[in-house]
Design a protein around this ligand. Structure first.
Ligand code: CMC
Length: 428
């Protein structure tokens, strides 16, 4: 029996709370009965010290730079497993066997066509609309075409809706891109793998057929695997919170996509490229850029640097940096923005400000450069992140639904507004 506990002494009375321990020894005070026993709530700005759930999906040790999916280190998976197998692992807890893989792949293929009437929706978006906004809108709209998602109760219904979503999101993402550049949409093909299909829908055109290059498919698999889950980040927490109100899967994921689009979260990958380009175009020295990033009076931050959890090098950034070097060499692409990024990283990592605050490159720092080399346009970078993160979001949503202690998420607040007053006391 776990005898670990923490005492809270309040107004002279001692209240004892259990300490729960995770698989890797991380500990948390279970304060479920705090308000009942003491009348107190806890205040934790931006949830920096709050574990909001138990989860068996992903483990991160931010001090040691460890990331594991279902127990497997990211280094064992990235570059060695396909995105589809990784999605299966996150959703089901184990890699698929031969038969499971065949069934999952068949379903992904079967579901890849979106309802034809949905295609007309794309005409309603203005030219130049950001594909992230189009994607979240379209995913939300899926519930109107597949309304039985509101009635999910059996695990097999949940599994098929999840598979449909993983398949369709790639079609919708590619359609959103084609819409944004005014080209005809390209339908999915049954004989292509998940990543190859996506690339074909993005880049095939009636005047220039797309030739699938296995090297590019492999790099895309790697990138999607690296983004596939990251435990309770902002968008995943959004998914869990919204899902806890029993909102349907599609609306829930649409909210996750919106959360991801922010520049402090997934939107950072596009912002990194903006930053690197601005440095190149303004001829600013790296020292001047770092001075701005350190200046509290200047809102500028080094995009792609820093992380709430990692206080060392983000293991995903390390893998992406290596892949970036390899891919660019193989494709014989030389990108001046990569040189700027490398110099920026080297100087920041030697700078007292960044060292003392444990600010290292995160997953978004190098991902944009590699997406650029693959030919993915900048306004699609965060959409790529969303494609990768989708299995993680669904796995967390499913885990939350199956939790027998599940309740609607509903934090408290410390009210700091005006005390009671009445309408006839204030001038109108
Ligand atoms: N450039 C300059 N200073 C920074 C940066 C940065 N990128 N990141 C953090 N700091 C400073 C910050 O000013 C603060 O200083 P002080 O203690 O003197 O007030 C200190 O470091 C701690 O930062 P914080 O903002 O309190 O940390 P946080 O955990 O709330 O924020 C973060 C994490 C990722 C939002 C932040 O580091 C940031 O804005 N980074 C740039 C945006 C970015 O790259 N986002 C992608 C995150 S990883 C992928 C993902 O989640 O999607």
């Amino acid at each position: 029996m776990n005898t670990d506990h923490a005492d809270v002494i309040y107004q002279g009375k001692t209240h004892t709370f259990p300490v729960v321990t995770g698989t890797e020894g991380e500990k948390a005070i279970d304060i479920s009965s705090l308000r009942r026993e003491t009348g107190l709530v806890t205040y934790d700005n931006s949830y920096q010290n709050t574990a909001a759930c138990h989860s068996a999906i992903t483990y991160i040790d931010g001090e040691r730079g460890i990331l594991r999916y279902r127990g497997y280190p990211i280094e064992d998976i990235a570059g060695k497993t396909t995105f589809v197998d990784t999605a299966y692992l996150l959703l089901h807890g184990e890699f698929p066997g031969k038969e499971q893989r065949a069934l999952f792949s068949r379903k992904l293929t079967e579901y890849s066509l979106v309802h034809e009437d949905m295609i007309h929706f794309f005409d309603g978006f203005p030219r130049g609309a950001h594909p992230m906004h189009i994607l979240s809108t379209m995913i939300n709209a899926l519930a109107t075409f597949y309304p039985n998602v509101d009635l999910l109760s059996l695990q097999e219904d949940i599994d098929s809706s999840a598979t449909r979503l993983i398949s369709m999101v790639r079609t919708l993402a590619a359609f959103a891109y084609k819409k944004s550049i005014g080209e005809p949409m390209v339908y999915p093909r049954h004989n292509l793998s998940y990543c190859a299909n996506f690339l074909n829908m993005m880049f095939h055109s009636p005047v220039k057929p797309y030739e699938i290059d296995q090297d590019i498919v492999d790099v895309l698999n790697l990138l999607l695997v690296l983004h596939a889950d990251h435990e309770q980040n902002c968008s995943t927490t959004t998914v869990r919170i919204i899902g806890s109100a029993q909102v349907n899967l599609y609306a829930t994921i649409s909210a996750g996509i919106s959360a991801l689009s922010g520049p402090l979260h997934g939107g950072a990958n596009q912002e990194v490229m903006n930053m690197l380009r601005q440095i190149r175009d303004s001829n600013a020295t790296i020292d001047a850029v770092l001075r701005r990033a350190k200046d509290k009076a200047d809102p500028f931050r080094l995009m792609g640097f820093g992380h709430r959890i990692y206080k060392t090098y983000d293991p995903r950034a390390r893998i992406i940096k290596e892949a970036c070097d390899k891919a660019l060499k193989k494709m014989r692409v030389s990108d001046p923005l990569l040189e700027i990024a490398i110099e920026l990283e080297q100087k920041a990592l030697a700078d007292e400000y960044f060292v003392s605050k444990h600010l290292y490159p995160n997953v978004d720092f190098y991902s944009g450069i590699i997406y650029r080399a693959l030919g993915i346009p900048e306004n699609m970078f965060t959409v790529m992140f969303a494609l990768g993160r989708l299995p993680g979001w669904i796995a967390h949503w499913n885990e939350m639904l199956r939790d027998k202690d599940r309740k609607i998420a509903r934090p408290r607040q410390i009210y700091t507004g005006l005390p009671l007053r009445h309408c006839n006391e204030s001038p109108r």
